[in-house]
Design a protein. Sequence first.
Length: 292
Amino acid sequence: MLSELTNEDTPQVAVLIRQHLAMIPPFIIPSHDEIISIIRDPMHYHRLWYPETVPDSYRTPCFVAKTNETVVAAVQLLLPDDTSSPAAMFWMVGLEEYQAHVLEFINEVISLLREENRSLLQSTRNPFAPGWQGIADCWTHLLTPFNQADCKLTSEQWVMYWCNEDKMTASERPYDYTLTTKSQNQRDFELLMSRDSQQVAEADIWFPAPACGSLMEAGVADLEYIKVDGAHRRKGLGGAMLTAAMQEACKRNFRTLILWTEEDNEAMKNLAEKSGFTRGPVLNWLTLDLAN
């Protein structure tokens, strides 16, 4: 059932990818050509943001499952030549009406990795979007088979939020705090808030990798993290940082921000919703223990 992606199968896989991405806010769908280009080079995101994590030598094979010439499931993996390193899953898609086939496909991928003496398979950053990873809870036709697969599965749950400039609820910065902007490079910038020369809060905003031209054109940026020192919480700094992040992004023609937070981080979820962010799906960051 499992076979490597061929040129003949690629158009069907691109359609499946677009259908899945259409369910994820802010609903910006890469073009067909973008998808094909990223499948050929899925490491573009890691080379930009996480160069230290890129293995010296690796493969990024794409596997498909077909029934009567119809692609019912597909996945792209990162396989370091060093088999002691975890394998990673960039993305997976499947047809909802073929859940049993999807489960069989996942188990075949697990068997293939076990034959290569891989012990772990982890989800990693999705190369099509501004950085989210894993399997969204709206893709139940993928989550259910993963939970039934022949391995020990653990998952971290991260909630996605997104907001357009015109929906943002602005928060004023307390007068005795100083805000500075530090540009890291053309791909991101850092916000720093200080009081009495002591840094008390920071945030980092990332712009899409160049391979995601559709996200660049749509002006979608990623609020990678926001931190407020414990002694300075509950003073409105979180809201002020979110407001400043949106304002700085807009200066660079990025008018939509996406952020993620742990499912159990009630403070951050409340701040996002209070600031006008809309809750999106829960992303399941999967780890498959192939030894069990």
